[in-house]
Design a binder for this molecule. Structure first.
Ligand code: AMP
Ligand code: MG
Length: 340
């Protein structure tokens, strides 16, 4: 494939959901198991001799779901959300560590990622019926999403003000890391998990990860080649809403309190699944200009894919090139190719 690298990286086109790995271990019989978890499909591919471990990994994801889902009232995170301003409750060390991690990422990303978006998500009816709330409602919701409203200390969570966690931006990534730990502890030599489009794998060598075309989601537009780790994409297009001719995604800029318009996608590759999950959302919020600058300053491997007129452009970060993440295949037509 013809391409040119510049300070900003390679530029092509595209959109993305991740799927389909070329398997590096073709001679060993493999088993694929799928379960519906956290509102989406989770598929584990592993050597057939270790198939039983897949069930244990699914059970682990189900356990994480029963810890952090805010779609049901009986989880620890839902009880944290129900805590009134001024309240404090003891939580499991696992939840305390997870929430602290998400707050740390919020601070590092200048608030582009924010785990406390519960009130904003409800204000827009993202989980029910999408609507545009009044400016006053948005202001109140922005104030409630301030991470300073929550303190994780002494094995508990304390709230100074109303604030509710929204796990949609980090839950699947966290669950994937736990599932991978279960597989490794069970002695599985290599495996791949595809959880609603976020992929994580471990084992020797590199694997190919397909990035789907933004406008033709079932077509792979680009295939990147990555060593063990996780690849997450934020596109906002699996769920969009239209009001008065304007299109919105389910990704909110916590700084303005507004849902972002569809604008291509960003794919992040990282060692841990939670990091890839969180950073793909954060970089989508930042957009390609601020996002590439931030990602370059923080050594993040990322690819922005943004439609531009009739073309789709893909911009890679410096670390994408430094780590020699390869673009191994592209199905772009000449018309779709674009170079900076
Ligand atoms: P992802 O598809 O991984 O980018 O996650 C999007 C989901 O994360 C949304 O459906 C919301 O549940 C949540 N979310 C939306 N905007 C943000 C944000 N700025 N920071 C953290 N989570 C967000
Ligand atoms: Mg994410």
């Amino acid at each position: 494939m013809r391409h040119r690298t510049s300070k900003k990286g390679v530029v092509i086109f595209a959109f993305a959901t991740l799927s389909q790995f070329a398997c590096a271990h073709v001679s060993v019989p493999e088993t694929e198991r799928t379960r519906y978890l956290m509102g989406t499909l989770c598929t584990i591919t592993l050597p057939s001799a270790h198939a039983a471990a897949a069930e244990r990994a699914f059970d682990e994801i189900a356990r994480v779901e029963s810890l952090i889902s805010t779609w049901r009232d009986d989880t620890e995170l839902s009880r944290v959300n129900a805590l009134p301003a001024g309240g404090r409750m003891t939580v499991s060390p696992e939840l305390a560590a997870l929430l602290q991690t998400t707050i740390d990422w919020s601070e590092q990303t200048g608030g582009a990622f924010n785990p406390l978006l519960g009130t904003l998500i409800d204000a827009y009816g993202v989980r029910t019926k999408f609507r545009i709330p009044s400016a006053h409602v948005v202001q109140v919701a922005i104030a409630e999403s301030d991470v300073d409203n929550v303190r994780i200390e002494g094995g508990g969570v304390a709230k100074n003000a109303d604030a509710r966690f929204e796990e949609g931006g980090f839950g699947k990534g966290f669950a994937l890391d736990r599932a991978i730990a279960v597989l490794k502890n069970a002695g599985v030599p290599y495996a791949t998990i595809d959880f609603g489009g976020q992929v994580v794998w471990f084992g020797a060598g590199s694997r190919d990860v397909g990035i789907a075309h933004p406008l033709k989601r079932h077509e792979e537009a680009v295939v990147i080649s990555v060593p063990a780790g996780s690849v997450a994409t934020s596109a906002g297009t699996e769920q969009t809403f239209e009001i008065d001719g304007e299109r919105y995604t389910h990704i909110i800029d916590p700084r303005t309190g507004k849902p972002l318009p569809p604008a291509g996608s960003v794919t992040v590759y990282a060692d841990s699944a939670i990091e890839a999950d969180i950073l793909s959302t954060a970089l989508f919020v930042m957009g390609p200009v601020e996002g590439v600058r931030w990602a370059d300053a923080h050594g993040v491997v990322a690819i922005f894919v943004v439609p531009h007129d009739r073309e789709l452009r893909l911009t890679t970060t410096r670390e994408f090139i430094n780590q020699r993440v390869g673009i191994s295949r592209s199905i772009l037509t000449d018309e779709e190719k674009s170079y900076k």
